[in-house]
Structure formats: structure tokens, C-alpha cells
Design a binder for this molecule. Structure first.
Ligand code: GDP
Ligand code: MG
Length: 441
């Protein structure tokens, strides 16, 4: 009987796999969505190719079409690509005074973003901030920053007419040290297009202040162009992070993906309007949803996955009530635990299991061990999983070797399975499984 049930489990988890055809068909739609969102063509191509490889052969959740499954995979992959390492929005601004250099094309939103970020640093991080405009090209550019500074209560470097950007940067550095500032922000001049002079200017300033962060401000409504801009700035000046502005508009923010894919630099913030509060930490989930524009499908697949998990849990509970608990069950439990952030949290919710949780914790049952145990179970045959009592010395040796571990490790796992099985039997006898049901929630 338990053999047959084991088979049911296998079928439940594997509802067929995505064929090359499934993937290719769905990817046509995805490609259109990406291009409509202004993801640059080479980036869209490259992204699709990578996901195609990953998606082919992946399993399809019950009650979901292959196409829908592909969309979900694309969505998850988008999030993974958009998310950089480290905390979004984090800036390296220890060692006061920390210089932040703001670069980008004219009109991208540098000056506005400089002030927004200064306000954030002041209010959220309690930093004393000095802002300086190095824009000697555009008339009234310096006054623009000064006015914003007054508005948000952040100091700006006094304006001296006729100075060049390097001289202003030096003055800002001195002023920041003398004035006890934590951070000083340099708002550079932009051009409508990248040119050698602009780049040289920014590079000269960089060499003078040695910025802790060089933030590239990019208009989120620009698609193709944004990529060239980013590459150029990164090659010539070196960029530590990106701020995407105008993400409050109708655009779908494909520039975000292009930016990440090409420069590999983290997107730190997004601008969501002209107001000084309209700056937020970059959220990959939100932007991914917007780029793909298939939120309904993603939600549907997530729902189906949840339903399936609930069904599996229900089925398992029924087995537990009968006191059945084999290696397949243990494996699912272990995987569930990994998802739920460890064994302890889960065990503690189960009445009577708190003591065992403590024992397991003392035995050092962390995530690594959970993974090792899953590996052990994976190296068992179907039959062995369903009937762990089959495991005699020679089989044990083979299984342990297959998982790259010792027989002693396997013995521990078997002991655990026996204990769990006993516990399930006891709980089953307590009737109706009400408690168990609660614990599984
Ligand atoms: P700079 O030339 O790079 O310094 O650009 P500015 O900071 O002067 O911004 C140019 C225009 O874009 C201004 O009118 C800003 O108010 C506007 N702007 C900047 N960031 C955003 C944003 O996130 N959303 C919207 N809607 N407008 C923005
Ligand atoms: Mg400006």
C-alpha cells in the first residue's frame, strides 16, 4: 500500500515537464512583452535565451498550462536578474565625509535626485549632508539645487561664479571636512548626449574626491538609449549604482532590466515623481511585474502552486493519521522546513514536539544538515524510500556513498524517521488529527 501511495506522491509533484515547444511558444509572447516594456533588443534576446534553457524540462504545476508556467518562470528569473547582491538602497557612506558623485545625461533627473536622496539621508539615516552643484554649463542650474536645499533643509555649498567643476569639488570636500558633514553630494552637469568633454569633466572630479558612491541617474522612460549611456559612463567613470527616474510615468521600466543586464550594477533607487519624497528603494518584484505586464498569470500560477501544496499537505495528514510516515514524507517535511526557515520554528508549533525540536537543535540540525538529509533520501531507490526498513548494511553503504556521506549519517536519518513515524502514530491515535492539522498550518 505504501508503495502505491509513494507513486501517487511522485505523480503529484511531477505534472509533466515543459517541452522545448511549450517554452518556445510562450517565449514569443514574453519577447513581445519585454520589447513593449522598452527592454533593449540585445538584452531581451539574451534574457530569453537564458530562460529558455532553464525552463525546458521544468515541471508544470497541476491545473496550469505550460505557457502559464513559462510566464511564472520568466517572472521569477526577471526578479533574480533585477535584484543585485546586498540590500537595495544601501549606500557606502561610513567614513565621514563620504562623497557621492551623481552622474547622468541632462534632464535625467540628477539634480532632483540629489536633493531627494539628501533628504532621505537626513531624515532616515540622520546624516548631515552637504550638496554642491558642479553644473557650470546650464544657467540657473546651481540656483536650482540651492532652492531645493532650502526647501528640504539641507545645506548647499555657497555659489562662486566662474569656478570650474574641479575647483567646486575641492571646495566641497574641504567644506565637508571642516563643517563636520557625514556626506557630501556632487551634482554634475549633464549633456543631451554623451560627449568626451562631459566624461572628462566627471572623471576629473572623480579623481579629486574619490567618491564612495558614483550613482548613475537614468530616465526610466528611455529604453535602448539607456543601455549605451550606462555602458559609457561605467567604462569611463565607473558606476557603483543606478537610480531610475520617472518610474511614475506610463513607461514599463524595461530600462531597469537593460541596466542590470549590461552593467551588472545594482539599481538602488527609483524616482516616482517630482516631489522631494518621491524616491523609493528599488523593489525587484514590483518592477519585474511591471516589465512583464502579466501579473494575472503569475498570480494564477502562484495560486495553483499553493493549492497543490495544500493538497499535498492534506494527503500527508491523512497518511500521518494512519501512522504512515516513510522517507518520502520525511523528505517533504525536510524541504518544507528549509522553506520555513528551519526545523525549530516548525517543530515548536507541534504539540509534544518541542522537546524533540530542542534535541534536534542541540544536535546541530541547521539548513546544511537538512540539505544533506535530503541528499541521502535522494540517493535511495523508490522502494527504499517507501520502506525504510529494507535498509540493510550493503544498501546503507551504497546510499551513504551516493550522497557523499557516512553510514552513521544515514543511521541518524533513519532514527529520525522512526521517531517521527512513532510520533505520527501516537498523534493519529489521539484522534481526528486536529492537533496535527493545526501544526501543519
Ligand atoms: P538633471 O538635468 O539631470 O539635473 O534633471 P533635473 O533634476 O533638473 O530633472 C529634470 C526634470 O525631470 C524636472 O522637471 C524634474 O522635476 C523631473 N523629474 C526628475 N525625477 C523625476 C521623477 O522621478 N518623476 C517625474 N515625473 N519627474 C522627475
Ligand atoms: Mg541638473
Amino acid at each position: 500500500l505504501s508503495e502505491r501511495l509513494g507513486g501517487v506522491f511522485d505523480r503529484l509533484t511531477k505534472q509533466g515537464a515543459l517541452s522545448e515547444d511549450d517554452v518556445r511558444t510562450a517565449m514569443r509572447e514574453v519577447r513581445v512583452a519585454l520589447l513593449e516594456a522598452d527592454v533593449s533588443l540585445p538584452v531581451a534576446r539574451q534574457f530569453i535565451k537564458a530562460v529558455e534553457k532553464k525552463a525546458t524540462g521544468a515541471s508544470v504545476t497541476k491545473s496550469v498550462t505550460p505557457g502559464q508556467q513559462v510566464v511564472k518562470i520568466v517572472h521569477d528569473e526577471l526578479i533574480a536578474t533585477l535584484a543585485g547582491e546586498g540590500e537595495p538602497g544601501a549606500l557606502r557612506i561610513d567614513n565621514a565625509p563620504a562623497p557621492i558623485l551623481m552622474v547622468g545625461l541632462q534632464g535625467s533627473g540628477k539634480t532632483t535626485t540629489t536633493a531627494k536622496l539628501a533628504k532621505r539621508l537626513k531624515e532616515r539615516d540622520r546624516k548631515k549632508v552637504l550638496m554642491a552643484s558642479l553644473d557650470v554649463n546650464r544657467p540657473a542650474a546651481m540656483e536650482q539645487l540651492q532652492i531645493l536645499g532650502q526647501q528640504i533643509g539641507v545645506d548647499t555649498l555657497p555659489i562662486v561664479k566662474g569656478e570650474d567643476p574641479v575647483a567646486i569639488a575641492k571646495r566641497a570636500k574641504t567644506q565637508a571636512s571642516l563643517g563636520g558633514y557625514d556626506v557630501y553630494m556632487l551634482d554634475t552637469a549633464g549633456r543631451l548626449h554623451i560627449d568626451a568633454e562631459l566624461i572628462q569633466q566627471a572623471a576629473d572630479v572623480r579623481d579629486v574626491v574619490n567618491p564612495r558612491e558614483t550613482l548613475l541617474v537614468v530616465d526610466g522612460l528611455t529604453g535602448q538609449d539607456a543601455v549605451n549611456v550606462a555602458t559609457e559612463f561605467d567604462d569611463k567613470i565607473g558606476v557603483s549604482g543606478v537610480v531610475l527616474t520617472r518610474m511614475d510615468g506610463d513607461g514599463r521600466g524595461g530600462a531597469a532590466l537593460s541596466m542590470r543586464a549590461i552593467t551588472g550594477k545594482p539599481i538602488k533607487f527609483v524616482g516616482l515623481g517630482e516631489k522631494m519624497d518621491a524616491l523609493e528603494t528599488f523593489e525587484p518584484e514590483r518592477v519585474a511585474g511591471r516589465i512583464l505586464g502579466m501579473g494575472d498569470i503569475v498570480a494564477l500560477v502562484e495560486k495553483a502552486q499553493q493549492t497543490l501544496e495544500a493538497e499535498q499537505a492534506e494527503r500527508m495528514m491523512k497518511r500521518f493519521q494512519k501512522g504512515q510516515f516513510n522517507m518520502n514524507d520525511l523528505k517533504m517535511q525536510l524541504e518544507q522546513m528549509m522553506k520555513m526557515g528551519g526545523l525549530q520554528g516548525m517543530m515548536q508549533m507541534m504539540p509534544g514536539a518541542a522537546k524533540m525540536a530542542k534535541q534536534m537543535d542541540e544536535a546541530g540540525l541547521d539548513d546544511k544538515i537538512l540539505r544533506q538529509q535530503v541528499a541521502l533520501i535522494n540517493s535511495m531507490t523508490k522502494k527504499e524510500r517507501a520502506n525504510p526498513q529494507l535498509l540493510q548494511a550493503s544498501r546503507k553503504k551504497r546510499i551513504a556513498a551516493g550522497a557523499g556521506m557516512e553510514v552513521a549519517d544515514l543511521n541518524k536519518l533513519l532514527k529520525m524517521q522512526r521517531q517521527m513515524s512513532d510520533m505520527m502514530k501516537k498523534m493519529g491515535k489521539m484522534g481526528k488529527g486536529g492537533m496535527l492539522k493545526q501544526a501543519m498550518k
